[in-house]
Design a binder for this molecule. Sequence first.
Ligand SMILES: [Zn+2]
Length: 68
Amino acid sequence: MDNYCVDRTARENGMHIVHICSCRERPDLEEQDHLGPFATCQEALAKARTLYPKVNGCIHCCKPCHRN
Ligand SMILES: [Zn+2]
């Protein structure tokens, strides 16, 4: 299980990016919402979708969940 978080600030395309908390690309602590531990990034994105309508996986730490 990894701990996941989501960026509070949307990107230009309105997407909130989901990261594993240890990702070097993740936002600062005060800029993120903690999602909790999940076995897969798909589950973490499902949780993030309850907070934000548009979410995407980080290309570095959540590559299987990253969509262009
Ligand atoms: Zn990341």
